[in-house]
Design a protein around this ligand. Structure first.
Ligand SMILES: NC(=O)c1ccc[n+]([C@@H]2O[C@H](COP(=O)([O-])OP(=O)(O)OC[C@H]3O[C@@H](n4cnc5c(N)ncnc54)[C@H](O)[C@@H]3O)[C@@H](O)[C@H]2O)c1
Length: 249
């Protein structure tokens, strides 16, 4: 049986580990030709190759620092040339530089904004230009539930993720009439290296605020990304889909 993304050309930024890595693997398993943008090789190359072989897809790394305008432009152009036509983009790359606002340096504020928000603008500007000409495409921006709820100690991160929500809805209004859907995911507390650093005691406390009573896995976020990337969501655009065990309701 053909996969949900059979033959589709996809870009996943920050695909070397965590949520991005799981999206790369699931999309390849569903038959997609995936180019992941990263500054390093992905974890578990053997599993990625197996996923691609099983699903009839492929996985390739495209070196790209998403905070660099020149690198993003060059990387998108390279993928468009190699693929013959880009269908799906997942803006997943992100960082945290946590701290209380009155102690936060301008550098930490700007680094988070540039990596989490400006990168999505750069990627979407280059990709959407191409997609609207083909009158097809699906763009997924990985926001966060803290972009909706806020979180003490994360003013920079929450602002970047709230910005992504406004960006997603505005871009959806610009390009949906030309066949390009734009949506966002808002994950809650997902087990990755980003949340590894939270002390065990604080994690247990956080879990009490999650109706499903547990943290999520990168694979559970990847399944939601697959839904938004595929034709299963063909009548959905400008939507912010929470994947958070009920944390943000
Ligand atoms: N883990 C969570 O609980 C959680 C919750 C909500 C949202 N998110 C978001 O999900 C996305 C993935 O996070 P994760 O939890 O997998 O974290 P992670 O730290 O494991 O992965 C982040 C990825 O982004 C890449 N990256 C960072 N800066 C980059 C740059 N300048 N250029 C290219 N790649 C870059 C990293 O190399 C890594 O592959 C992020 O946008 C994050 O904000 C995570």
């Amino acid at each position: 049986m053909a996969g949900l993304l059979a033959g589709k050309a996809c870009i996943v930024t920050g695909g070397s580990r965590g949520i991005g890595r799981s999206i790369v693997e699931l999309f390849a398993r569903e038959g997609a030709r995936v180019w992941y943008f990263s500054r390093s090789e992905a974890e578990g190359a053997a599993e990625l190759a197996a996923a691609a072989a099983a699903g009839g897809g492929s996985v390739e790394r495209q070196a790209c620092d998403v905070s660099s305008e020149a690198e993003v432009e060059a990387a998108i152009e390279a993928v468009i040339k190699a693929s013959g036509g880009l269908d799906i983009v997942v803006n997943n790359a992100g960082i945290t530089r946590d701290g209380l606002v009155f102690r936060m340096s301008l550098e930490d504020w700007e680094a988070v904004m540039r990596t989490n928000l400006t990168s999505a603008f750069l990627v979407c500007r280059a990709a959407a230009r191409h997609m609207i000409k083909r009158r097809t495409g699906s763009i997924i921006n990985v926001s966060s539930v803290v972009g909706i709820m806020g979180n003490g100690g994360q003013t920079n991160y929450s602002a970047s993720k709230a910005g992504l929500i406004g960006f997603t809805k505005s871009l959806a209004r610009e390009v949906s009439s030309r066949g390009v859907r734009v949506n966002a995911l808002a994950p809650g507390f997902i087990d990755t290296s980003m949340t590894d650093k939270i002390p065990e005691e604080a994690k247990e406390k956080l879990k009490t605020g999650i109706p499903l009573g547990r943290t999520g896995s990168p694979e559970e976020v990847a399944k939601a990304a697959l839904f938004l990337a595929s034709d299963l969501s063909s009548y959905i655009t400008g939507e912010i889909l929470k994947v958070d065990g009920g944390m943000g309701m």
